[in-house]
Design a binder for this molecule. Structure first.
Ligand SMILES: [Zn+2]
Ligand SMILES: [Zn+2]
Length: 392
């Protein structure tokens, strides 16, 4: 969600009165009326409960932030309209002036800063002991408090979700999947499209959760890097590009041994065929979400089934999981099996290795002779893992 969209999120709130007066701001964020002001005063005044304790932060929680916002909005409304308070006022959230992964900061006025710190801390810090409550400040303060309350509520929701998942030992989607699975088996209905649609929805849901978790983990490694996580989800639209995501995915793929080919805007086809300017992030998303590109996985799978993809059999032989001679399933390290079953090599270890080396390296095409292997004398062959003989 972009900054622009965030600005458009409106919250309906029941405004509460805050008559013209001097107020004491308590350490819990409550505005307590301490003296009425003569009508000469155009604006209310806000004084810290204990000016001696200047810089002692005022602490909000979600409820006190909303309550204070309701009073501040009521004040601003009455000031500008001189009309009774309506049942509710719609007010847009206020983008934080600074938002990192761990904090959101609103500079309300010089010397007055509202800060949300993950997970549950919300404080108003002040360098001044008294200030004038103009309607503009009241409105800005109220909007910031409402946004802060939303941050706190969101943090609570995330925490509750995590705790429940942890206690239950299961993700929310697992149960639904199980249910879906049983429904399919029972063949209760023939409306296949319904199940397909629902599975797609669940798959998307899973991806969102995974993306969010991954991104949060990445960002937490650099907590003070500025981000524009302007929505109240952990989706960093706008800061992390598809190229960043691709880099992470590639690293994960290498680490976990997942064969992977990624298309990005740096793809050779795009580089040679579209010319300048290169695709922007938005243009890339439009391109990658087309119906045609949606067929990527299907296309690879089809090539594989047609026999025009990778040679899985050869890979299994290279990995020492099938015998190089008879294709039967074998287990154990290549240094022990020499890539063969026990029937296909003589029992003597030295002779066995010599025979295995001489049969050739399972590269494409299968070559014969000891020279077909690749690597330095004494090291394992870089393709098939057989220990190469020491140099004479
Ligand atoms: Zn064999
Ligand atoms: Zn080899």
């Amino acid at each position: 969600m972009s900054t622009h969209e965030h600005q458009r999120i409106e919250i309906a709130l029941q405004p509460k009165p805050l008559p013209l007066a001097r107020y004491i701001l308590s350490p819990t964020g409550h505005l307590a009326q301490c003296e009425t002001l003569p009508p000469l005063n155009r604006h209310s005044l806000v004084t810290l409960a204990d000016p001696a304790a200047l810089r002692q932060p005022v602490n909000y929680d979600s409820d006190t932030a909303r309550d204070a916002a309701a009073h501040l909005l009521g004040y601003a409304h009455e000031f500008s309209t001189w009309k009774p308070l309506p049942a509710s006022i719609s007010i847009p959230l206020l983008e934080a002036d600074t938002r990192t992964v761990s904090t959101s900061t609103w500079n309300l006025m010089p010397g007055l800063v509202l800060t949300y710190r993950t997970p549950f801390e919300a404080v108003l810090e002040s360098d001044i002991d008294e200030w004038t409550l103009t309607p503009a400040l009241a409105t800005r303060w109220a909007r910031a408090l409402l946004t802060l309350a939303a941050e706190l509520d969101h943090a609570n929701a995330v925490a509750a979700h995590a705790v429940l998942a942890n206690r239950g030992g299961t993700r929310s989607t697992d149960n639904i999947r199980g249910w879906l699975h049983r429904m399919t088996e029972d063949d209760v209905t023939n409306e296949d499209w319904f199940f397909h649609a629902l599975r797609d929805v669940l798959g998307t849901e899973d991806n969102i959760v995974r993306d969010g978790t991954l991104t949060a983990a990445l960002n937490l490694a650099n907590p003070d890097e500025p981000t524009s996580l302007t929505d109240l989800l952990l989706l960093p639209a706008g800061t992390i590009t598809h190229l960043d995501a691709a880099t992470v995915i590639k690293r994960l793929a290498i680490h976990y041994g997942l064969p992977l080919y990624l298309w990005t805007a740096e793809n050779w086809y795009l580089a040679t065929h579209i010319g300048e300017p290169p695709l922007t992030e938005q243009e890339w998303l439009r391109f990658s979400r087309t119906a045609e590109l949606d067929n990527f996985g299907l296309m690879i799978e089809q090539l594989q089934r047609d026999g025009t993809g990778l040679d899985f059999q050869l890979a299994l032989v290279q990995a020492g999981l099938l015998c190089r001679q008879c294709d039967c399933r074998i287990t154990g390290d290549i240094a022990d099996t020499f890539g063969h079953c026990t029937d296909c090599l003589p029992p003597d270890r030295d002779t066995a290795l010599a025979v295995a080396l001489e049969r050739g390296c399972p590269v494409e095409p299968f070559d014969e002779g000891i020279s077909s292997h690749d690597g330095d004398p004494g090291d394992p062959c870089s393709v098939c893992g057989l220990p190469l003989p020491q140099a004479d």
